[in-house]
Design a protein around this ligand. Structure first.
Ligand code: NBP
Length: 525
């Protein structure tokens, strides 16, 4: 008699005898069921989470989850990649695979948790469409890609009607972060959080022992916060590039010298991942012994999240000038051939060399970088505050600073100070009004101005240092020249204006003596 039949009637297959022991009979029947189920392709729900997308982020996140004791079921559109992954990177782990979404879903414990790490856009919608018929009420779909927050809002709403809990989570830290601890920014259906919290807070980076992951807010909040994070990343990168440009052109420093300076900066208030890698990049030599960085074509690429942040800032009327300039700086860099031609014709100052004290100017640049960075983060949080108002999100700003404190590309010591500022006063109007940052800008102000003025004199572009300073001066101005703009608008388009002494009451003036008294309500200029 075969083992299955023996088990089914309670016969010990080794002895052929009827088993009278109750417990043993029970074990035999359970064994029978297990063999029966596997022979009939009834699959056991063994996995804590399913993960779709076996490119760099997906594979590393799966391995990270496995390290933390979670059983992951892997799936990918190109199914051969599942087998390849199981036979190589995932060999010897508890990771299981699936050759179809149906198989993956059948291997998941309930409520089922499915995370996607696929190309943002149509691929996400396509997987959602295929998953929904396979899932039950209360199951969870998580999108860990760089999706636009507007898409995440739409998906949250649509899936809510279908009883599925949808989460859009920012994932930052690149390949290494995904493998050993990313910064995670989940938002969406709040009912999902208790079911994913253990996994998310288990695998994320830790800063001073605290997880760099917490619930961000409703619908698109997670992806919005990730978008602003990426915008700030654009700003930080451009600021470092401006410091590099000044040291290289104004001071004539070599990459090795600049690397040493950045290594020093990384020991103080600028301590951050991006300064650290910039120091490493500057000292990196090509096979011929020459610095590799100087051989790289100066045309920056971009995937869009910086641009989305700037668009969002324009949409909601928040002056996020530094991120905007950093996106435009990449656009200008991309016109490389045009610039090469223009450089042959357009003249600047006779010399780009700084004639003052080199060490003092290096310190000025450092202070300009620090003050500009403070302005950039202040602008980023202004945008988050406005978006929270518009979308009715309850954002925990100190928590967001902590999420960015470790694991992600903009991780830095500085973010700890931002968390402290929000802990002290969660309702602070603007970060630069916090005592610590206010004082820090005061300390840097003179050298910041000197750096920008020198850059202008020498003809070295520093769009982000400059715009940060212009923002600072604008923000601290009780009176700006916008009164003239209002007068101009009213002059040519009867747009009306308010008087200082009577705010809220809009009036129109017939400036030319031949205009009418009717004001405009529709024309915008
Ligand atoms: P990619 O962004 O390169 O995406 C590769 C994955 O998307 C593969 O699984 C691929 O399947 C799948 N895919 C594509 Br491409 N088109 C598809 C379609 N039309 N339908 C279904 N699946 C499709 O991978 P990644 O760099 O690991 O990034 C994953 C997500 O995480 C992206 O949204 C990315 O923006 C985000 N992210 C990336 C990083 C990073 O450092 N790379 C950091 C943070 C966030 P296939 O194998 O069959 O082609």
């Amino acid at each position: 008699m075969c083992h299955v039949c023996c088990f089914s009637i309670g016969v010990d297959p080794d002895t052929g005898k009827n088993c009278t022991d109750k417990v043993h009979r029970y074990i035999l029947v359970v064994a029978h069921h297990q063999i029966f189920r596997s022979r009939n392709n009834v699959i056991m729900a063994v996995a804590d989470i399913g993960l779709i997308g076996l490119a760099v982020m997906g594979q590393n996140l799966i391995l990270n989850m496995n390290d933390h004791g979670f059983v992951v079921c892997a799936f990918n559109r190109t199914v051969e990649k599942v087998d390849r992954f199981l036979a190589n990177e995932a060999k010897g782990t508890k990771i299981v695979g699936a050759h179809s979404l149906k198989e993956m879903v059948s291997k998941l414990k309930k409520p089922r948790r499915v995370m996607m790490l696929v190309k943002a856009g149509q691929a996400v919608d396509s997987f959602i469409d295929q998953l929904v018929p396979l899932l039950d009420n209360g199951d969870i779909i998580i999108d860990g890609g760089n999706s636009e927050y507007t898409d995440t809002r739409r998906r949250c709403l649509t899936l809510k009607d279908k009883g599925i809990l949808y989460v859009g989570s920012g994932v930052s830290g690149g390949e290494d972060g995904a493998r050993y601890g990313p910064s995670l920014m989940p938002g969406g259906a709040p009912e999902a959080w208790p079911h994913i919290k253990n996994i998310f807070q288990g695998i994320c980076a830790k800063a001073d022992g605290e997880p760099c992951c917490d619930w961000v807010g409703e619908d698109g909040a997670g992806h919005y916060v990730k978008m602003v994070h990426n915008g700030i990343e654009y700003g930080d990168m451009q600021l470092i590039c401006e410091a590099y440009h000044l040291m290289k052109d104004a001071l004539g420093m070599s990459p090795d010298e600049m690397s040493k300076v950045m290594t020093e900066w990384n020991k103080g208030e600028l301590d951050s991942f991006l300064i650290e890698i910039s120091a490493n990049i500057l000292k990196f030599k090509d096979t011929d012994g020459q610095p590799l960085v100087e051989k790289i074509r100066d045309a920056a690429g971009q995937k869009g999240t910086g641009k989305w942040t700037a668009i969002s800032a324009l949409d909601y009327g928040v002056p996020v000038t530094l991120i905007g300039e950093s996106v435009f700086a990449r656009c200008l860099s991309a016109l490389q051939q045009e610039r090469v031609e223009a450089s042959k014709q357009l003249k600047g100052p006779a010399s780009t060399k700084y004639s003052g004290n080199k060490q003092e100017f290096i310190e000025s640049i450092r202070q300009a970088l620090y003050a500009s960075k403070i302005v950039s983060y202040a602008q980023g949080f202004m945008l988050l505050r406005e978006a929270a108002k518009i979308f009715n999100w309850t954002l925990n700003y100190g928590g967001i600073a902590l999420m960015w404190r470790g694991g992600c590309i903009i991780r830095s010591v500085f973010l700890g100070k931002i968390k402290e500022a929000f802990d002290k006063n969660p309702h602070i109007t603007n970060l630069i009004l916090d005592d610590f940052f206010h004082q820090a800008i005061d300390n840097c102000q003179e050298k910041w101005r000197h750096t920008v003025a020198t850059a202008v004199t020498l003809g070295i572009p520093t769009p982000c240092f400059s715009t940060a300073l212009a923002f600072y001066d604008g923000y601290r101005s009780a009176r700006l020249p916008a009164n003239l703009i209002q007068a101009q608008r009213d002059y040519f388009g009867a747009h009306t204006y308010e008087l200082l002494e009577n705010p809220g009451k809009f009036i129109h003036t017939d400036w030319t003596g031949h205009g009418g008294t009717v004001s405009s309500t529709t024309y915008q200029a």
